[in-house]
Structures are given as structure tokens and as C-alpha cells.
Design a protein around this ligand. Structure first.
Ligand SMILES: C[S@@+](CC[C@H](N)C(=O)[O-])C[C@H]1O[C@@H](n2cnc3c(N)ncnc32)[C@H](O)[C@@H]1O
Length: 287
């Protein structure tokens, strides 16, 4: 069995393939304003589509959901059929690296727990043309919640995901890539456990024996358990953060708009950020 197969086996038939919950999907959606009707949405790395179906209930337009693992897509198609949403959800086996959707084809590009595969900054840049004017890119993304993480957490994630950035660094990346950072918020810790880590840990429990004689597979099982244990200790220092970014026109924008956008982000994050510094930063970006 190759590494990819083991990874899919570890994650097969879980409620989700990454941390998340319906309430957070709804909260992120609530920040989107003045969308055209019907709204056209692309869900990148949809997995078995827990968030896709939630989005389909929230909006009234067509959804294209893409992933590269056919069993996940099949599960999404069946569930969409069962819930009477099949007419609006198209689950397609397309890699995020091979999307050839024309410019302006979507009003919202959504990606929960999958943008890291493409790279946060690269995705913001490369997916922007698919969005209509004023469209939104919404993603949940693993982020540092502190500037000085505990050594054990830093060592683990510097090896597994060295590109992990802090929330304020990600906000800057969003603004630099031609978006207005509209809001961000942390995914609640319990959402990691309920829909993801608890069922994942139960699964891992069944795989130790199965792979006892297969060192490659066993290593993946061990790595999964290590990741879960780490979160148990250090969920204060990293987590999934939802980022809501609106495609900005590249025209200079009014100072009042910048200030309004800044206030929105600061108040939604509840974080202590120097308003003047951030304002200056945004202003220069839009000059
Ligand atoms: C962490 S899971 C997130 C799934 C789902 N969005 C959720 O939150 O439950 C990442 C997903 O990205 C998919 N994926 C991996 N490589 C991909 C690619 N090149 N293009 C599209 N999807 C990909 C995986 O199959 C998996 O379903």
C-alpha cells in the first residue's frame, strides 16, 4: 500500500476530512454581502462535502465542488441526491492544480482545510481571476495563534507545514494579493474533536495491529496519533482560522473604505493590533 492509500484509508468514512463544523461555515457565509443571485460557488478540495451541502442550503445558485479522491466525490453525490440538492451540486474530479475555469466564472471560491495544498499565497493570486468583481475567497487555514509558540508545537509544525503563518501575517498576504480582508475568526477547538480528531483517533486505534508489519504505513498511523496528541496539549497556540477576503478592484480606494475594512477585521478578531500600522500598510498597498 502506498502512502497516499494509507492516508485515504485513515480518513475514509469520517464525517469530515479536516477540522470544521456547519456553524462555522454558516458564520463565514454571513460575512458575504451583496452577492448576485443566483450565486455561483466553487468549493476547492471539497472532500466528502460536509461544507458543500451546508453551503447549498445557505445559497440558491450552482456549486461546483472539486476534489481528486473519487470515493469522497461519490459520497457527496449520493448525499446531495438524498438531500434533494443534486441539481445544484456538481462534484467533479479535478485537481486544484489543473483548474481551467474562465475568468469571472465564480462569485465565491470556498476552500475548507485544503488551500494549504496549493499554498495560501499562490492560491490567493492564482484563483483571483476566476472571481467576479467584488467576489469572495473564503478559506479555513491552519495558522499560528501566537508569535511565540511552544517549542514542541513549533518543532512539529516547522517540519510538517513550515509555511504556517500567524493570523496577522495571513491578513497581510490577503491584502497584498489584491483582496480586502473582510473578517477572520478561529474555528472552535471542539470542532476539531467532534467531527475530526475523535473519529480519527478511533480509526487510528484499529490500524496499529493491521499495519504492525508494514513500517511505511505504521509510520503514517503514528504521525496521525502524534498530531492529535500535540493538539491536545497546544490548541491555544495554533488552530484553523477562517479568512473571508473580498476581491478588491486594483483602483485606489477611499480611505474611509480602508478604515471601515480595518475596523471590521479588528473587531471580528478581537485581537490587539495597532490600527495605525495596519491602516498605513493597507493604504500603501492600494496606492
Ligand atoms: C483536509 S481535506 C478537507 C476536506 C473538506 N474540505 C473538509 O473540510 O472536510 C483536504 C481535501 O483536499 C483534497 N485534495 C488533495 N489534493 C487535491 C488536489 N490536488 N486538488 C483538489 N483536491 C485535493 C483531498 O482529497 C481532501 O479531500
Amino acid at each position: 500500500m502506498n502512502t497516499q492509500d494509507v492516508l485515504f484509508e485513515i480518513h475514509s468514512n469520517l464525517p469530515r476530512q479536516g477540522p470544521g463544523d456547519a456553524e462555522s461555515t454558516r458564520r463565514a457565509w454571513s460575512y458575504l454581502e451583496d452577492l448576485p443571485t443566483p450565486t455561483r460557488l466553487l468549493d476547492v478540495g471539497c472532500g466528502s462535502g460536509a461544507q458543500t451541502l451546508e453551503l447549498a442550503r445557505l445559497m440558491d445558485g450552482p456549486i461546483t465542488a472539486i476534489d481528486v479522491h473519487e470515493p469522497y466525490l461519490e459520497r457527496l453525490r449520493n448525499e446531495a441526491e438524498n438531500q434533494g440538492l443534486a441539481g445544484r451540486v456538481e462534484a467533479r474530479n479535478v485537481s486544484m492544480f489543473e483548474m481551467d475555469f474562465p475568468p469571472d466564472s465564480y462569485d465565491v471560491v470556498w476552500s475548507e482545510g485544503a488551500i494549504y495544498i496549493y499554498g495560501f499565497e499562490d492560491a490567493l493570486r492564482d484563483w483571483r481571476p476566476m472571481l467576479s468583481a467584488g467576489g469572495y475567497l473564503v478559506c479555513s487555514h491552519l495558522s499560528w495563534l501566537t508569535d511565540s509558540p511552544p517549542e514542541e508545537a513549533a518543532d512539529f509544525w516547522n517540519a510538517e507545514f513550515p509555511a504556517m503563518a500567524t493570523v496577522s501575517e495571513n491578513r497581510q498576504t490577503i491584502a497584498q494579493a489584491g483582496y480586502t480582508p473582510v473578517a477572520d475568526f478561529q474555528l472552535p477547538v471542539q470542532s476539531w474533536w467532534a467531527n475530526y480528531y475523535q473519529p480519527l483517533e478511533d480509526r487510528v486505534e484499529t490500524l496499529w495491529e493491521k499495519y504492525a508489519d508494514e513500517p511505511g504505513a505504521l509510520e503514517m498511523v503514528e504521525a496521525t496519533q502524534r498530531e492529535i496528541d500535540l493538539f491536545r496539549c497546544y490548541s491555544d497556540s495554533y488552530g484553523y482560522v477562517f479568512y473571508v477576503a473580498q476581491k478588491a478592484s486594483m483602483e485606489p480606494i477611499e480611505e474611509s473604505e480602508l478604515v471601515a475594512s480595518l475596523r471590521g477585521v479588528l473587531s471580528s478578531s478581537g485581537e490587539d493590533v495597532d490600527e495605525q500600522d495596519y491602516y498605513e500598510y493597507l493604504r500603501k498597498k492600494h496606492e
